[in-house]
Ligand binder design. Structure first.
Ligand code: ADP
Ligand code: ZN
Ligand code: ZN
Length: 758
């Protein structure tokens, strides 16, 4: 008897190992089970792999005297059950990725390293008799650390959480020595049944239909893919919550996927206020111990509600009853390196595996999902109204060609362009004077996207990337501490005093980022006498929210509800509630309609609708103003007049006529190396190996969109096929020989199935 082991090596095969003599002498039961971890020698390394099959010695393709015994078996029982192994096989097949590497993506790193699964996590709690009086007045620091632990109540908290919160290890020790706190290991009890913490809302008819459909599928134990297509503010979350209730009451687990880690705390609060349940958050910011604990909670059934980002879908679950993918159109559901899976697709696969409903919720369904509705593979439920008084915001265009943009004069008399039309400024002023808040969306952080020499046209470019450097100011008020920064590789430089090409000092920051826009708004909306701000201008982007708690502070200021101008990048587009925002301005968001990428209109419209959805979510009606230089762009007009759905339907029709995805199937091959010549050559050689097939379009090799990034060069080839099976048949034959070609030797070749951009 031999065991077949999947190892974390980039080879498309599994490896045969024998059993050590003492193990083969034992009865069958002690042979490492399928789905357990084993430690083996591999060349000169020691690796940990997963047993995926038992085979008779005669079936091995390796001569018996070459087969080594496994070193040891790490688990008595499988850590991956049959359904997880099936998932791994499916991922390996569909994404053409080595099985051992798929398993390495699926398993938390401590599990991969062979650590025991039962984590003994140290917790700390305050001893029952201890009070504030036990501290001497001068023991301030100790008292402060004690108070941090006190916030966690009777059960205290785990050590790593406390350290994360800023507690210091030496103080834990000191407090312990003084007999004030104690350490303990939390014992895991079976979770108590989920209870309602708050009564559900009365659903409207649209919501009720969707909830009924989900519950019916749950009760019938039937896989059903549901597209919950509801405008922003239509109450999709209430649908999730009421469907979840039935599933949780049946003792099953619910998995909720959200696009970004920043959204998880708020999302958690919404679910925690409805259900008294054990809620587990899974996201990429967790340390290894927490990840392992989360993984264990899911597979033992301890976790009842699981809220996570993309990778949560690859966890094992004891008894999963429902998967919800919130904002299912979001690009962050597609993994962009290693195993390039799409979480919405994997969610549907897992739903199918477990015979459970999968809900894809969104206000702006992707064209892929609309096509699945057409094919009957997803059932669509629409929510077209907002509950209560709130009406969906109306969208309006402002023609920036007719309206001159507002000019402002600096102290020394120079005039500059604010990039905002008078019509837009008028509407902002009106909104603020009515006591409401304004949100201005600009998807570009920093001061300006380009530094330009006005004398010779030189532009400051990143030496490592195919990109301009962005102008930043550390001290925005005084324009001091200015620097240039590459947003792709983080390279930084000082702003030169003169042009390095012609020596002219006439250097100019061109274009507008959020910092510059905020500055212009300060100038426009300040009190003309005192030049003090009449309204706070709150900038929300990666730069202003980088520090711990800064986002919470900003959020609090906004939620005070006083009139204010919010200037934000796409960070503000998702999930946040700003009930007092009644006007949303998009000064140049329509540019995406001109891009060469055929997907750009879809993604631009999704973003515009998401941002627009921030307006008028309270009781007040909202308004959205789109400032554009192309007011007769047909797509833009369609979106504004008829809404996202008819816009998307029209795009889908266009794609059909052009034979573009989702009406054809794409595989993107990228090659990365030290020179462009080498990367292109490797791709050329690879294409030579492709079988000739009609219906397969081979586009390239061409330079990748950002061909130079971080001093590495990227080229690409796109394969487009009419038939999905045909594409995969070709890839099965072609991909492994292609990456084994001599010219590919020192290069990185990657394959992206169903890429979302190229
Ligand atoms: P979406 O996720 O679709 O953008 P939300 O779920 O955030 O919308 O709902 C928007 C608001 O409407 C929330 O404040 C929610 O509490 C409220 N709401 C949802 N359903 C109902 C209902 N049936 N009756 C009253 N209010 C509702
Ligand atoms: Zn110059
Ligand atoms: Zn760079």
């Amino acid at each position: 008897m031999l065991v077949q082991v999947a190892l974390p090596v980039p080879l498309y095969r599994v490896f045969d190992y024998s059993l050590p003599a003492e193990m083969s002498a034992l009865p069958n039961a002690s042979i490492p089970k399928i789905g357990t971890r084993v430690e083996v020698s591999f060349g000169r390394q020691t690796l940990i792999g997963i047993v995926i099959a038992h085979i008779p010695e005669a079936d091995s393709s390796v001569p018996l005297n070459k087969i080594k015994p496994i070193n040891k078996c790490l688990d008595a029982d499988p850590i991956l059950d049959d359904s997880m192994l099936k998932l791994a096989y499916w991922l390996a097949r569909y994404y053409h990725y080595p099985l051992g590497d798929v398993l390495a993506v699926i398993l938390p790193s401590l599990v991969r390293q062979g650590k025991p699964l039962d984590l003994l996590i140290t917790h700390w709690r305050i001893l029952p008799h201890v009070t504030d009086d036990d501290f001497r007045a001068n023991a301030k620091k100790q008292k402060q650390q004690f108070d941090m632990l006190k916030l966690h109540g009777e059960r205290g908290a785990s050590e790593d959480i406390l350290l994360l919160e800023g507690m210091q290890r030496e103080f834990l020790k000191t407090l312990e020595d003084k007999g004030l706190i104690e350490r303990y290991i939390e014992s895991k009890q079976a979770p108590s049944p989920v209870k309602l913490a708050k009564m559900p809302l009365d659903l409207n008819a649209e919501q009720q239909r969707a909830v009924d459909a989900i519950i019916a599928a749950h009760e019938a134990k039937r896989y059903t893919g549901i597209l919950l297509n509801g405008i922003t503010g239509s109450g999709k979350t209430e649908v999730y919550l009421q469907a979840m209730q039935a599933v949780l009451e049946a003792g099953k687990q619910v998995l909720i996927l959200v696009p970004e880690i920043g959204l998880t705390p708020q999302t958690r609060a919404r679910f925690a206020s409805r259900f008294a349940a054990h809620i587990v958050l899974l996201h990429s910011g967790m340390n290894n111990t927490h990840r392992l604990q989360g993984w264990q909670d899911c597979r033992t059934g301890h976790a009842q509600i699981i809220i996570g980002t993309r990778s949560a879908l690859l966890y094992s679950f004891a008894d999963l009853g429902l998967i919800v993918v919130d904002e299912a159109h979001d690009g962050s559901y597609k993994q962009q390196d290693t195993l390039r899976y799409h979480a919405a697709d994997v969610a549907l696969y897992r739903g199918f595996q477990h015979n459970i409903p999968v809900v894809l919720g969104t206000a702006t369904p992707s064209l892929e999902h609309l096509k699945l509705v057409d094919e009957g593979k997803l059932v669509e439920y629409q929510l077209l109204t907002r509950p209560g008084n709130a009406n969906p915001a109306t969208m309006q265009l402002i023609d920036a060609r007719l309206q001159s943009t507002h000019q402002q004069t600096t102290d020394d008399g120079a005039r500059y362009d604010t990039g905002l039309t008078d019509a837009l400024i008028g509407a902002i002023r009106q909104t603020l004077e009515a006591g409401d808040q304004v949100l201005i969306f600009l998807n570009r952080r920093g001061y300006a996207p380009v530094l330009l020499c006005k004398a010779c046209g030189w532009q400051a470019d990143c030496p490592r990337c195919d990109a301009h450097l962005t102008v930043h100011y550390n001290n925005q008020a005084q324009h001091s501490h200015s620097y240039l920064k590459c947003h792709h590789c983080d390279w930084q430089a000082y702003i030169p005093a003169a042009c390095p090409d012609c020596g002219s000092q006439n250097l100019d920051a061109k274009g507008m980022g959020t910092t510059r826009l905020s500055e212009n708004l300060h100038a426009i909306f300040a009190n003309p006498q005192t030049s003090k701000d009449l309204y706070p201008i709150i900038q929300i982007d990666r730069d202003t929210t980088r520090l711990k708690n800064s986002w919470e502070n900003i959020y609090q200021r906004i939620n005070e509800g006083k009139p204010a101008i919010l200037v934000g990048t796409q960070m503000v587009a998702k999930g946040h509630h700003f009930p007092n925002v009644t006007l949303v301005c998009l000064p140049n968001a329509d540019r995406g309609f001109l891009s060469a990428d055929f997907r750009s209109p879809e993604h631009t419209a999704q973003l515009m609708v998401q941002v627009a959805g921030r307006a008028g979510r309270g009781d007040k009606a909202g308004r959205v103003l789109i400032q554009t230089l192309q007011p007769d762009n047909e797509l833009l007009l369609k979106l504004v007049k008829d809404g996202y759905l008819s816009f998307a339907r029209e795009l889908l029709q266009e794609r059909k006529i052009m034979g573009l995805p989702p009406y054809s199937y794409a595989a993107l091959i990228r090659c990365e190396g030290k020179t462009m010549a080498a990367t292109t050559q490797a791709l050329k050689d690879a294409i030579e190996l492709l079988p000739t097939a009609h219906n397969l379009a081979v586009l390239g090799p061409i330079d990748a969109p950002m061909s130079k990034k971080n001093s590495r060069y990227h080229a690409q080839v796109l394969l487009l096929a009419k038939d999905r099976q045909q594409l995969h048949r070709i890839l099965n034959q072609w991909w492994q020989p292609a990456i084994a070609l001599p010219s590919a030797k020192y290069l990185k070749l990657t394959l992206d199935i169903d890429p979302i951009g190229w």
